[in-house]
Design a protein around this ligand. Sequence first.
Ligand SMILES: NC(=O)c1ccc[n+]([C@@H]2O[C@H](COP(=O)([O-])OP(=O)(O)OC[C@H]3O[C@@H](n4cnc5c(N)ncnc54)[C@H](O)[C@@H]3O)[C@@H](O)[C@H]2O)c1
Length: 421
Amino acid sequence: MHTIDSDVKDISLADQGKDRIEWALNEMPVVRSLIKRFSQTKPLEGIRLSGCLHITTETANLGRVLIAGGADLVLCASNPLSTQDDVAAALVKYYNIPVFAVKGEDNSLYYQHINAALDHRPQLTMDDGADLVSEMHKKRPQMLPAMFGGTEETTTGVIRLRAMARDGALKFPIIAVNDAMTKHLFDNRYGTGQSTLDGIIRSTNILLAGKIFTVVGYGWCGRGIAMRAKGMGANVIITEVEPVRALEAIMEGYRVMPMLDAAAISDFIVTATGDKNVVDQPHYEVMKDGCILANSGHFNVEINIPALERMAIRKQKHRQYVDEYFLPTGRTIRLLAEGRLVNLAAAEGHPSAVMDMSFANQALCAVFIINNRKSLANDVLPVPLEIDQEIARTKLEAMQMHIDSLTEEQEKYLSSWQEGT
Ligand SMILES: NC(=O)c1ccc[n+]([C@@H]2O[C@H](COP(=O)([O-])OP(=O)(O)OC[C@H]3O[C@@H](n4cnc5c(N)ncnc54)[C@H](O)[C@@H]3O)[C@@H](O)[C@H]2O)c1
């Protein structure tokens, strides 16, 4: 029995949440196979686990894997706007998982919830953005000796944790789930690609065909967003700071130019860099009237909102996730979802089929840490290749897709150097 309470918006939403969690599980065959396996083998029996993740239907199904494996689990939100309140209610009422997450919570409640998850005295953490790990290291270091390790879901979290490791500040091992091939090649690209457009369309209901659509950052997320915007008939521009990625974008058929040039002609600007102030005051000064700004990077710092607030003479909310800023020149700029992850705030986050693989990585890496806790270094570590391949194989089987295997002759040829022309 859990002794810790929960904090969710409205427990009466639990039935709706349960229906949606079950619906998501239909698209999560790898997670389904893990629920079955973990309930027999109990690889996490008695382990106290705190997860700081987006509270979505897919996370709920990850929660079901972890408790099937015997974990003593508590969840909190990894973003103030990404919580699905019905899912939070269902987790508490139907799955006996304490949850601390309310959509729209302010920063102070957000950190109270993170601390509630830490009050659980975890031995394992699961982070999406490294807030749990960084709060524990900064404010509650007395908890560090009990830790076996943690996992990290996203690019920005991995970057923060690598910085901690470089400074010698990281006091337990972290597995960089984001860096697994079965995570970022699918989740960041196809997941963020589809759900970012979903968030933009749900919040504005504006036609993309024929519009100029700038994607800031041509990383895994940026590639997916650009690909899907192009597919909907938008005229896509890429801005980058990294020359190889800029070149790749050009070869893919996109226009590439500096942000200042793109700002002057864009109807939409979407950031996915993990960086700060990539859309800033000089860009606002030249922006086209009515330009729509959205962010899909982890933190709400990619678009410089304080600068926009300072420049605007007035602000008006038009639709639930659309704030229109009126500039002294008479032009307006529209900001979606307060600059927070638009796909999670204004839509439902990634489709379940990609989270199936991301969260299978989370669950299998949690077990990997428990089984290897005596030998892992206090560093940011890769997901073992066997886990990546097991997930890809299970996913292919579930999709009833078959592939070839190497013949003996081919194996020999590929591992030798003697044969040539
Ligand atoms: N919305 C979601 O659900 C979701 C999902 C996965 C990842 N993320 C987040 O999205 C962000 C990007 O992730 P990724 O995996 O694509 O990272 P990535 O490292 O693959 O790509 C980021 C790209 O941004 C570029 N960049 C950095 N500063 C720039 C600038 N000033 N102007 C133009 N380009 C710039 C980098 O050169 C790089 O190519 C991260 O914050 C990550 O945590 C969000």
